[in-house]
Design a protein around this ligand. Sequence first.
Ligand code: ZN
Ligand code: MN
Length: 495
Amino acid sequence: MSGLVREGLEWVSQATGTRWVAVIGLEVHAQLSTRTKLFCGCAYEFGAEPNTRVCPVCTGQPGSLPVLNAEALELAVRAALALGCEVAPRSKFDRKNYFYCDLPKNYQITQYDRPYCSGGGIDLDSGRRVRLERIHVEEDAGKAIHDRGDATLVDFNRAGVPLIESVTHADLCCPEDAGAYLAALREILVYVGASSADMEKGELRCDVNVSVHPAGEPWRTKVEVKNLNSFSNVEASIEYEIARQVAAWESSDPADHPVQETRLWDAGANRTRTMRKKEGEADYRYFPEPDLPPVSVTPALLEATRALLPELPAARRARYQRELGLSAYDAGVLTAARDVADFFEAAARLSGAPKDACNWITNEVLRALSGDEVAATSVDELPMKPHDLSELIALVRGGTLSASAARQVVRAMMQSGKAAGELVVELGLEQVQDDGELERWCREALAGREAIAAQVREGHEKALGALMGPVMQASKGKANPQKVREILLRLIQEG
Ligand code: ZN
Ligand code: MN
């Protein structure tokens, strides 16, 4: 499988010179952040004791009846609106029949031919747009655990957990597109609170469809790779499939050509393997779920949900650059998590100094949160609030605090939650404004540094730095640098 050279969005076979292009579509399952499951009152909890979050409904006991969780529908609608989809006023649930040990009812309740929404999409930074074909609501299956000796264990806690499955058109052309799309989708779902989309907890799972064909020719057979649970696995499996399929098509024996099938990614071996030859849709014998009424999304629900939607990260990034003059980089850092962006906006508004607020948050706050000097791991948990930061910014701007003293205060605020003004006094950090004391330190600094003073007198103002240092040191950082500068210049001119 060697001899394939990537050139932009084409893969060139060294053996034949053929230029191959890839066609990629993604199906992403995201777990909705509801309190209870999709059709019963069980509360799912990741990592809970197996089979303790179950009831007759989610284990498919005879005679039990499902009831749609209104919160799940609300969150699904929220996700749809954030992704620009069109929400159908009426949709329905269907049964998808298959047998597997993690599926107690022997069917999954999903939406087949009338999903709750269609259309929409995401614009990638590359300039390409990934269109969504549809999103539907469905229940998750339980979990079969195969790695315990010769037994397979089943945990039904996850059975019935609400999912939305979003299906893209085959608009992606390379592994990086898939990574970028997934990152953008995840960011939006988390931002609007539809899903916490933690891939390590299986809250976001991705299936990819990949095919390759020579540039300019019709599309060929697609292959599905299932259950990818990390960004790197998604990209690596696509990369692998492109190379595998090109080699298969270029084989002289047609028996080697790719066939429509479902494959699994083996991360250890860094390759995909056949899981099953693709079953047709007929095999699932879909039919309308007789125990559930049709789903209706009223205009009132749509409007109420729309009103609750926060500004999305991409729009926020653009606004920070346009209206607040921040760099694309800073805007990206601030909007990566919604609580950070909210904190920044409040501090920027209260202080009237967005650039200062941005600097404190990106330099000090985020660094502290990623380290272990503060107990909090997110901005929301910090005892320091936006008004505390705005007070600090005012103290620096007003000349009460030097930059280095302000850094000490901000760290203390993140630990204690005390007000900036209080900490300035407590830590003895107030800048010395007293001219007499400042002048004494300046004279001490000048003593024995006549050569430097002479340079300054000749117009080399940069040399002043060599005198500022000793003054700031003598004052333990509390001297007001602006005043020190003025006094030094005056003394040098007088001397
Ligand atoms: Zn249940
Ligand atoms: Mn599905």
